[in-house]
Design a protein around this ligand. Sequence first.
Ligand code: NAD
Length: 515
Amino acid sequence: MSAVDSSTAPSRTATASLLRQFGVLEPAFTHGDLIVRSPLNGAEIARVSTTSRGDAADIISKAQSAFLAWRIMPAPRRGELVRRFGEALRQHKPALGHLISIETGKILQEGLGEVQEMIDICDFAAGLSRQLYGLTIATERPGHKMLETWHPLGVAGVITAFNFPAAVWSWNAAIALVCGDTLVWKPSEKTPLTALACQSLLDQVAASLNETPAGLSAVLIGGSELGEELAGNHLVALVSATGSTRMGRAVASKIASRFGRAILELSGNNGMIITPSADLDLAIRATLFAAVGTAGQRCTTLRRLFVHEDVYDDLLPRLKQAYGDITVGNPLEAGTLAGPLIDKQSFEAMQASLAQAREDGGMITGGERVHAGLWPDAYYVRPAIAEMMRQTEVVRRETFAPILYVMRYREFEEGISQLNGVPQGLASSIFTHDLREAERFTSSTGSDCGIVNVNMGPTGAEIGGAFGGEKDTGGGREAGSDAWKSYMRRATNTINYSDELPLAQGIRFDVPGAS
Ligand code: NAD
């Protein structure tokens, strides 16, 4: 286990110099009412000012005015802004990756990976800005043409969770901007600094493109009341909300009551099946990255492992050995694979779930707090394996911490039905060399999740595909594929270029006296 090097330990001074690199200037991070602490050592690293609800409403109203100008800018010009933002991210990748690490506790490699994901979505969106195409559709009426056109939608409100403080916003922001929408972002109150840094970079890029309207993009700093403002404000055409299912339920009803549009990206409880034909070496490596990466705080984190009884006794000791070899410690140091949990509340939730699993007859390995002497205000844990006889209530709910519940299965059908037998439906995977099992798993009667992988873990999605999940995960899709359609308004146009007025369905409606 490693110790935090004092030269890299998060502090107010170190954070200030990092934030200045993005053009964020005092007093934005020195004199506010929201104290920001780093999960690495629990130290206060900044104080930011929260946005009042009244100010939030004004910001939304400005974003609506900006929309009226932005929607008439040609989409490829909008794409140019996003392309330049991607360039700015390339330049600032090391610093932004570092900031993400000290604010969330994820290891530096993952912080850098998050920035790369932002760059990737900017590249994707820049290309997309020349491909926002509709259809022409055969019409039953002679001398007519029918087509679909896609138009900018309005203000896009983006609510994000602490664990991906930048990438999730960028999936929405890059696509929304090329689609002609303006942005109001409500980041997690646990990670406001990454948001300030990203917003500052985007502001600078926008200033370099003369035609960009003021108010194109803004950040609201604060708690759930600002998310509620986005959900309830009728000027916000689309709310893309990422976070817990609890949060999703609260915002979804508000948005629905005013007939707003919602993209909901909520909790996951992701499963993986290891079959008798699996390559166990690969399966163990995939399990480690998927279950331990980001200290178990990814929405796609592997939480439930179903191992066929023929390979269980071979796999489990090897998996436990691999868990034992993991370095838990300073996420900025090379070699660390698991950093701290975000806060004390998260640690307590983990301990409560482990206690419940024990009560349910589970056998627990790991899960204890480490480095408490070194950093009494930070919460580092050994990732836990909980061997369970069956999928009890605690297994069926998401605990946002590194607990891997492991269960045996005998019949393939039973494995699939256990995997699907939870309220959430985000990510899943199978390890098998049996073609029939792989095909069945990815078929309509296989996994019921939005992400269904073969011979790899459930985590680590690329931006080219649409990302999201079913059931209590909310049903939203964002990032690649045709997810852009959620950020635009579709119009069906029928154009009559004849001298007649034929009605659809052959209806006759003869007006007396009309020739
Ligand atoms: P959270 O639900 O506590 O908070 C998420 C965001 O919602 C924050 O910005 C918060 O201020 C806001 N919020 C909370 N309650 C609200 C309310 N009633 N109205 C409006 N806004 C509200 O989640 P978290 O702890 O930051 O993140 C962890 C959760 O997010 C996990 O459940 C994880 O699975 C989920 N998550 C999902 C995805 C996905 O793509 N499906 C991605 C990342 C995280």
